[in-house]
Ligand binder design. Structure first.
Ligand code: NDP
Length: 315
């Protein structure tokens, strides 16, 4: 049995692992089989993580966090959690491999999943021109006309990045103002390869075998029109990944895991949560990392409060 299992390997999970490992708790990190490293693995340059004035590529930053956690003794498993039982004193975490691991405490840092438009054609054409990851798929759209949906920082970042490959990038946004930060907006607005399509909702993705265009509906007038394009990148935000704990851990009205005050404590003793899965507002790598620190310290205080007999059974 472990003292602490950390589920998730983004900035929150790995930072919690660094702190827990340095406190000698030998944490087991379940890092996911396909998405280890979390959202930043799909990002290009991270310019706002303190300590990197020249910027750092997202995957490199995550590789360094993993290395730092492992250096202090965290054990990292590239597997997916399929079920958890968190209600008893001993927490059970079952993996895709079929193994079940037990622990006295669990830190949930499962992040968030890409939001979808909710169109049947989106699922059908996923991988055939519809993508959620510019860094993964941008290369396939050399000299093509493509679009990014969304008006936040992700959409601006993806649109700018995609102009390295595509001849033309539409940004299709349902309003006439952007949610993105000023610096990201300015960069996209000044990019000659980007054309904004304002007040437009994508109501259909066209194409049989691959994307050939989209139908957009004007959100003010209701008018519809088709735009010919070969790729559609959806960057409309994320939803917290909480499916594993439904019915066990309380959620906040926003759908994130509910935590007590500024702590990482959930409604279940010994269960802590950190990162985007608790944060509907800030959702930055650095705030996730800070929240991972809080979770590790909360778990440490909890473990220190247990009797020597209970602790003796765990590594
Ligand atoms: P956001 O939630 O910030 O933005 C989502 C965008 O998608 C909004 O413009 C929203 O429209 C639009 N949208 C949401 N749902 C739909 C829908 N169903 N159909 C059409 N459009 C929709 O998400 P992001 O992923 O952009 O950013 C998440 C967080 O990560 C933010 O805090 C952001 O600052 C941060 N981030 C920071 C980066 C950086 O600093 N380099 C890079 C990327 C992300 P509306 O505006 O109308 O609500």
């Amino acid at each position: 049995m472990r003292q602490v299992i950390i589920i998730g390997s983004g900035p929150a999970g790995y930072t919690a692992a660094i702190y827990a490992a340095r406190a000698n708790f030998k944490p087991l990190v379940i890092a996911s089989s396909v998405e280890a490293g979390g959202e930043l693995m799909n990002t290009t340059e991270v310019e706002n993580f303190p300590g990197f004035p020249e910027g750092i590529m997202g995957p490199e930053l995550m590789g360094r966090m993993q290395e730092q956690a492992a250096k202090f003794g965290a054990e990292i498993l590239l597997d997916d959690v399929t079920a958890v039982d968190l209600t008893g004193e001993i927490k059970k975490v079952t993996l895709g491999s079929g193994e079940t691991h037990e622990a006295l405490s669990v830190i949930f840092a499962t992040g968030s999943a890409n939001r979808k438009l909710g169109l049947p054609s989106e699922d059908r054409l996923s991988g055939y021109g519809v993508s959620w990851c510019a860094t993964c798929d941008g290369f396939f759209f050399r000299q093509k006309t493509i679009a990014v949906v969304g008006g936040g920082d992700s959409a601006m970042e993806e649109a700018n990045f995609l102009t390295r490959f595509a001849d033309k990038v539409y940004v299709i946004h349902r309003k006439d103002t952007l949610r993105a930060s000023k610096i990201m907006q300015d960069r996209a607005l000044a990019n000659p390869k980007i054309e904004f399509v304002w007040n437009a909702a994508v109501t259909e993705i066209l194409g049989d075998a691959a994307v050939t265009g989209v139908t957009v509906t004007d959100t003010v007038t209701g008018d519809k029109r088709d735009i010919a394009l070969e790729g559609l990148f959806i960057a409309i935000g994320n939803d917290p990944r909480t499916h594993l704990i439904h019915g066990q851990v309380d959620l906040a009205p926003e759908g994130t895991i509910a935590v007590q005050g500024r702590s990482s404590k959930t409604n279940l003793t010994g269960v802590f949560a950190a990162g985007d899965v608790v944060d509907p507002t800030y959702r930055q790598a650095v705030t996730a990392a800070a929240s991972g620190t809080v979770a590790a310290l909360d778990a440490e205080h909890f473990l220190q409060s247990l009797s020597a007999d209970v602790l003796a059974g765990a590594i």
